[in-house]
Design a protein around this ligand. Sequence first.
Ligand code: GLU
Length: 291
Amino acid sequence: MTRITRFAPSPTGLMHVGNAFSALICQQWAEQHHARLLLRIEDIDFNRCRGEYTDAIIEDLRWLGVNWYGDVRRQSEHMPAYQRALKRLRDMGMIYPCFCTRRRIQEEINRMSVAPHAEDTVGLYPGTCRKIPAEQQREHMSRQRYAWRLNVASALKRVDKHLSWKDGEGHRQTVKSVMHDDAIIGRKDIGVSYHLAVVVDDAAQGITHVIRGEDLRPFAGLHRLLQALLDLPEPVYIHHPLLNDHAGNRLTKRYGAITIRSLRKAGMQAESLRDILLHSSDFIWHAWQGE
Ligand code: GLU
């Protein structure tokens, strides 16, 4: 069976060295495993994504020498598919409307004092809207905007109780109810969410191996759970280390990581950048592959 992987950037800004590193790792893995590399643009968040960033990312990837197979899949062109998946989860009674604001969630967490530090509460949801009676739910829904949350406890009861996902070393990791309990599956603003779109697309594109940054490891269990509920096939999840700066900070847009554009303007050659990214990070790559 042909192995298929993908690089799936979100066009919320120009491509930076961290994204380029990730794209090169996907390409290198594909070459080493005679796999097909696909490109998907994750642009459902119309508040943050822009068409000109999509064009710039595609252009920078070409410059960098990243070659993908077939057409680029743009998530914004497939909204109905994600909405159908959301409806299916709704018909199964696996999701519920959530009327909470961020502030309300934080207040509730503080009241329950479940986590000593504010940063420990990111993604934590105290379950405020989980038990709202149906009639009250309907009434709120007619008056306010709402998100859809996955009822993780009910979902876990519905699927195989030994549900797990497979990592790059072939180990199975049990899917547990963790910090990201009752994740948002349909956002208030855009109607669907990254978690739902990514599992629908991985299935639609026949992805057998998901290769992505270590920062997304906490979501592999959630994605596996959604696949089980929606009867979607299961890919292997491989997480690569993130590129850090000298001070050990992760390179992200927010912290002003260097863009590929600025390196190109400064006269850097694609071959040198490829070499630096793949060789200066060689130790990470080898350690990761257990060599
Ligand atoms: N679009 C996500 C990002 O740019 C990657 C999602 C994924 O690989 O599953 O961080």
